[in-house]
Ligand binder design. Sequence first.
Ligand SMILES: [Zn+2]
Length: 402
Amino acid sequence: MADDADRRKPPHRERRAAPRPARPSRPPGESGAARHFAQSYAEARDKFFVAARSRGLGVETHVHPLTGRDGEMLAMDVARDGELAAPSLLVVSSACHGVEGFCGSGVQVALLGDTGFHDEAAAAGVAVLYIHGLNPHGFSWWRRTTNENVDLNRNFRDFAAAPPANAHYEELAALIVPETWPPDAATAAALDAFVAEHGERALQQAISGGQYAHPRGLFYGGNEPTWSHATLRQVLHRHGARCERLAWIDLHTGLGPSGHGERIFACRDDATALARAKRWWGDVTSFYDGSSTSAVLTGLMFNAAYEEAPQAEYTGIALEYGTLPQNEVTLALRADQWLENHPDTDDATRAEIKRRLRDAFYVDSDEWKEKIVAQGVDAARGALRGLGAPPTPAANDRRAAG
Ligand SMILES: [Zn+2]
């Protein structure tokens, strides 16, 4: 896999694709939420380290075997505030989907700098675990997938079993990522015909539900654990194996209205866990009952929480922030996968596709960042209240999750 990635991305491409320098209108030390956000993976990682050190926290670094687009080291970095023996643990993670880490990292850095939040956590007996850069390769290279072209949030399935089927993806694979870009008229017409027959929601389900048969396609879940998968399991096992209650807020972007953070239930299909999530976080949506803007997904990352911390009562959400309209996000993803499959594409086209991809997952405006941080802090506080509350009579409900 590493060889493939190297061949697709020769070193001279790294220079051509280097991010723009930070804007001069954003001096260091500026006020407001925007100061927590970065313009490159390396800058985001620096901000995370500075914020962790300011809290007096060490950082546990899991080095990725490949380098980033600026030649920088890639890693999954972990900072923990609170004892390993704490009865409750809140995990806050970023960059499951690579490029979405620009948003998630900003929320983590904001939380690390929020003294009031950490005082509340300590008072509630809750340890907080920040996992920065779940998929650092995608973060650095502005891709949603890992270096294996795998959607990390479809990669946590039982590999001994037959992969989940996705018949509509099978039918549409050559249209979703066509041989030529932009798509020709026949491709566009065929997708329109599918929508006319089955509806927009069916197209979203086909594309984003997850598929395991097209390694050069979109939302490919892979047929073995990726580096990020294996590394995350180690981290969850080390940090989560002793707590009684485990909460997880996994930060995402690219779905829903711009700046709105949808709290999507990220547990097994269990009514008691859903009721608990709603008590903690209020308006929680679920794709099990169709209330979420998300399609029904397979191979989700939260499976690792049940498996690596089986003793804990687990409650989790994906906090999914809207960016651009969904058709623009999907077009950006299709173009980016086409580019990945055509590494000899000219520089101008490459730069345009990469810029469009990042814009689809990161709204680089102060207003958007203010909204993102406010909702992120609010969700983290909701988890503290839930984790710190005395166990309810139904506290052993995790057994119902099966
Ligand atoms: Zn995501």
